[in-house]
Design a protein around this ligand. Structure first.
Ligand code: PDD
Length: 277
């Protein structure tokens, strides 16, 4: 049976009991991370913990353990589930208390983490995906990785209902990111993406891909760009823990350039592949 890290230790999934009074249910009052596992090892664990600690501090949720202890526990979880290629989902809520908006005086954070098999998305990375555009209706702290994902869920479902694979969000015409990934375009040989401010999640894959681009001598421009620039881009792709580097080949029923993955995207995919080994 699947082993879950719940509070102090590993339990089988059936043994985990979460209270209806958990503030995660009432208020979405919690934070999370999705880690990648390749070859049975955590990928970029420290960058994920940097982000988790930033989010926890901003929400004033105390983390139950220092990152070294959490990392050790995640390794135990991965080993117990014999996971090779997959993801680890970790969630920490403010804790359990009768429903009332103020922080409870004595709540202890509730943590669980689960490890799941999740293959690399080889087909979509090879062929590319389609996307539609939609207004970004989220709050103004999209840099925090909180449980409040309803706008992301609704936007993603609308994309699927419209026959597309993903949704590209924009604020009054300025492209921000996608439902669970960051978005980049290639213009005149340069990789362009929204700056890492309060309007996007600071993706770990985004960070890795921009580093790889610089190493390859590809110019990187971290500035906002418009929907029109997106439509006229030479290439477009998304980055994320689950999607790696996936080309976008159609946007709102029009092809991106020739409608096939472009050469800069391919170079970044190859560099990423080399990195994960
Ligand atoms: N999503 N933007 C949003 C809104 C995200 O939810 C994610 C990650 C990203 C990419 O970040 P990273 O490269 O660190 O995975 C960008 C995770 C995978 C999820 O919610 O499932």
């Amino acid at each position: 049976p699947q082993q879950i890290w719940f509070q102090q230790g590993l339990l089988s999934k059936e043994e985990v009991r979460i209270s209806p009074d958990d503030r995660g249910y009432y208020f979405g009052d919690g934070i999370y991370e999705v880690f990648r596992v390749y070859h049975g090892r955590l990928f970029e664990a420290d960058a994920h913990f940097d982000r988790l600690e930033r989010t926890a501090a901003a929400l004033r949720i105390p983390l139950p353990l220092p990152r070294e202890a959490m990392t050790a526990k995640l390794r135990e979880l991965i080993a117990a589930n014999e996971l090779q290629t997959g993801t680890v989902y970790m969630q920490i809520t403010r804790g359990e208390a009768p429903r009332s908006h103020p922080f409870p005086a004595d709540a202890a954070p509730v943590l669980f983490a689960s490890a799941s098999e999740y293959g690399r998305p080889l087909a979509s990375m090879q062929q590319g995906i389609s996307a539609v555009t939609a207004e970004d209706i989220r709050w103004l702290r999209c840099d925090l990785k909180t449980l409040n994902l309803l706008p992301n869920v609704l936007a993603k479902q609308e994309a699927l209902d419209r026959g597309a694979d993903e949704v590209i969000l924009h604020r009054s015409g300025t492209v921000t990111e996608c439902s669970a990934s960051n978005v980049m375009i290639v213009r005149d040989g340069a990789v362009c993406t929204h700056p890492a401010n309060h309007l996007i999640l600071h993706g770990i894959t985004r960070l890795v891909v921009l580093r790889l681009a610089r190493e390859l001598g590809i110019p990187v421009i971290e500035e906002p760009f418009t929907i029109d620039m997106l439509r006229e881009a030479d290439e477009a792709f998304i980055t994320g823990t689950t999607v790696e580097v996936t080309p976008i080949v159609r946007i709102d029923d029009a092809p991106v350039a020739q409608g096939i993955p472009g050469p800069v995207t391919r170079r970044l995919q190859a560099a990423f592949e080399l990195l994960i080994g």
